[in-house]
Structures are given as structure tokens and as C-alpha cells.
Design a protein around this ligand. Structure first.
Ligand SMILES: [Mg+2]
Length: 174
């Protein structure tokens, strides 16, 4: 049960995930979360660095799709300048949006990674749907109202994972 919350990989931030590393593992697509993964949850627009990250992926032929539990206004506003597909109100950790996104990308499950900052939604959902999952440290230590409760459970689960020596988490609050 606990293993369903365990990411396959964890990184400090999205910029550790490079096209070169992905291509080594034959990855051709990314399903990524938005809030606190790509930018802070209260930042409406992509930063220059994030725009460049998207461009780099495109140059290497890696498809990126934004799958967020946030509402249409937020997700559409963010992704439109990047010209990338998105799914809003994704209801992660349910599998539906992950499969929908995979279908749109026309890739195999093994060719796609799922990236996010939350164990309860991104990682659990990605794992249940059978993807390779990558946990990033949340950009901000604060969260929107909807996420605050999930974070409490997440702390509890991360502590358990750490106690078993399954993960050493850099995002832990001191
Ligand atoms: Mg998030």
C-alpha cells in the first residue's frame, strides 16, 4: 500500500530533468503538474527559465502535457503562451486524466514520465496508472487551500517512507 506513494525518482526541481537524461531512457513524453512544480502556485505565468525548459523539450522532440487539478482559467492562462496541451480539473490521483493525456500524446506508457510535487495526487495517480513518477520539491512551502490538507497526510506518509529507508526527501520542512 505504502509503495503506491513512493516516487520512482526524486529531484530538487524540474530543471534537473533534461532532454538528454530522458532520451537515455527512451522517454518521449512528459505529463507534468503545474502548481508548485513548474511555478509557484500563486504565480500566473511561466518564468523565462520554464519557457526555455519547454522549448528545450520541444527541440528534442519530447512532448509535454500539463495535467492539473486546478481550474480552467488558471491552467489555460498558463499553457496558452507555451502552446502546449493541458487538462484542467484533472482529479488526480484518479487515472482518467493521465490516460487521456497519454492517448493525446500517442505514446506508450513506458515512454512517458509523470512529474509533480505532491505525493497524494501526482505520485499516487502516476503510480496507479503505471507511469514512471518523478517527485520535485515544491517551489513554495505554502499551498492553496485545497492542498493544505493533502500536505498533512503527505508529511505522515513521507515520514513512514523515510523510516523504512525508501526515500530521503529533500523537500522536508526543517
Ligand atoms: Mg502541484
Amino acid at each position: 500500500m505504502l509503495k503506491k506513494f513512493l516516487p520512482d525518482q526524486h529531484v530538487k526541481d524540474i530543471f534537473e530533468i533534461t532532454p538528454e537524461l530522458l532520451k537515455e531512457r527512451n522517454i518521449k513524453g512528459i505529463i507534468t503538474d503545474l502548481d508548485n512544480t513548474l511555478v509557484a502556485w500563486n504565480e500566473p505565468d511561466a518564468t523565462e527559465a520554464i519557457t526555455e525548459w519547454f522549448d528545450q523539450m520541444a527541440q528534442h522532440g519530447i512532448k509535454v502535457s500539463v495535467v492539473s487539478n486546478n481550474d480552467k482559467k488558471r491552467v489555460k492562462h498558463f499553457t496558452t503562451p507555451l502552446n502546449r496541451p493541458y487538462i484542467h480539473r484533472a482529479n488526480k490521483p484518479l487515472k482518467t486524466a493521465f490516460y487521456k493525456s497519454l492517448k493525446e500524446m500517442q505514446l506508450k506508457k513506458e515512454e512517458v514520465v509523470v512529474i509533480g510535487d505532491q505525493i497524494m495526487t501526482d505520485i499516487l495517480g502516476g503510480n496507479r496508472s503505471g507511469f514512471h513518477t518523478i517527485l520535485v520539491v515544491p517551489i513554495l512551502q505554502t499551498d492553496d487551500k485545497a492542498t493544505k490538507f493533502n500536505r498533512k497526510i503527505e508529511r505522515f506518509i513521507l515520514n513512514k517512507l523515510e523510516k523504512r529507508g525508501w526515500i530521503e526527501w529533500q523537500g522536508k520542512k526543517k
